[in-house]
Design a protein around this ligand. Structure first.
Ligand code: HEC
Length: 308
């Protein structure tokens, strides 16, 4: 913890926790709401290797995806025993295993938290080794939503307290389904913790491609910050184009007839082609223009098809 700078974000007011050992929670305790007992604070932690790290309770942390060996080592140093990814990308179970960490994959979208995902979060808190680190990609939207439900499941806190996790994480109001489902989460009935916990969940190829190209997009954002001056600019723009073309070849069956989605993908591919040409010519104006068009195109399609 030496490298950590603690920044208290806000105090929790309506949770029952701290005193009891969370790993000993029984099913019954999970289901019977108990007394209100102020105990701990949600704490934002500035960390060298883990972006948006936040301690939500003594047994729950959330943050961005651990990308490096140092990030996994830091999780271990924090005392984390289980890592839960709610992201579409394949969890790096090998890197986690090197630090003795167990991975559990409970992918969710930006539009909603299904009942089975909600049950799975409760099951993690009842059965996995604690503390748990919840992460998505950037640690701002879906990871905190998973952590907020885990908080409800493990402490019986009220909805307002759980929503404070999203507030502390800076979760965007535009993901209204995440806010709604954290607020509306209901504890699973006895015998209903049937969700199967797995370390890698198979997902539709389109989702995985999107998750993968998002990593490339992040690296392109960094290249932009460095004023586009890098030997990896051309390879990265080529990779983005390739990944967008690949996802266009993997449109989910439910959208196969959807002309608007097809044209959205054609449009974004056109912008990615232009970005690549601009990279080859190192034409910074055209790079900027193509970057903005791409970003708008990702956002427009997500507003229609992903976020609600
Ligand atoms: C024409 C539509 C469209 C465009 C353009 C598009 N996406 Fe997506 N994206 C989707 C849909 C639909 C989903 C939801 C897939 C699902 O949940 O199965 C998605 C999901 C995602 C996800 C979530 C993956 C996960 O972990 O579940 C990320 C991240 C993402 N897109 C990034 C991007 C980026 C970055 C761009 C632009 C470079 C982009 N997308 C362009 C339609 C699009």
């Amino acid at each position: 913890m030496r490298k950590l700078l603690l920044i208290p974000v806000l105090a929790l007011a309506a949770c029952n926790s701290g005193a009891e050992e969370p790993s000993q929670l029984t099913l019954q305790e999970l289901e019977v709401p108990s007394v209100v007992q102020p105990s701990f604070a949600i704490v934002g932690i500035e960390h060298e290797h883990l972006a948006r790290l936040m301690q939500v309770s003594p047994s729950i942390y959330s943050g961005a995806q651990p990308h490096t060996a140092a990030a996994f080592a830091s999780l271990k140093e924090l005392g984390i025993k289980t890592v839960v990814s709610v992201d579409g990308a394949r969890p790096n179970i090998e890197a986690a295993a090197l630090e003795g960490l167990q991975y559990i994959h409970i992918p969710i979208g930006y539009d909603a938290i299904s009942e089975s995902a909600g049950d799975a979060f409760a099951k993690v808190m009842a059965e996995a080794e604690l503390p748990v680190y919840f992460h998505c990609h950037h640690g701002r939207q879906r990871g905190p939503a998973g952590a907020a439900i885990a908080l409800r499941a493990s402490t019986h806190c009220d909805a307002t307290t759980a929503l404070a996790v999203l507030e502390a994480a800076g979760t965007s109001a535009k993901y209204s389904g995440l806010w709604r489902d954290v607020e509306g989460w209901m504890a699973p009935r006895p015998g209903k913790l049937t969700a199967e916990l797995v370390s890698i969940q198979e997902l539709p190829t389109f989702t995985v491609k999107m998750a993968d190209l998002d990593r490339t997009w992040d690296r392109i954002k960094l290249l932009r910050k460095a004023d586009w001056e890098s030997v990896s600019l051309i390879p990265e723009t080529q990779l983005l184009l390739q990944q967008l073309q690949d996802s266009a070849g993997q449109i989910p069956a439910e959208y196969i007839q959807d002309q608007k989605l097809h044209s959205g993908l054609e449009e974004v591919i056109g912008f990615a082609e232009r970005l690549q040409r601009a990279a080859e010519a190192l034409d910074k104006d055209l790079l900027e223009e193509s970057y903005s068009d791409l970003r708008a195109s990702c956002n427009d399609c997500h507003a229609d098809y992903r976020n609600k």
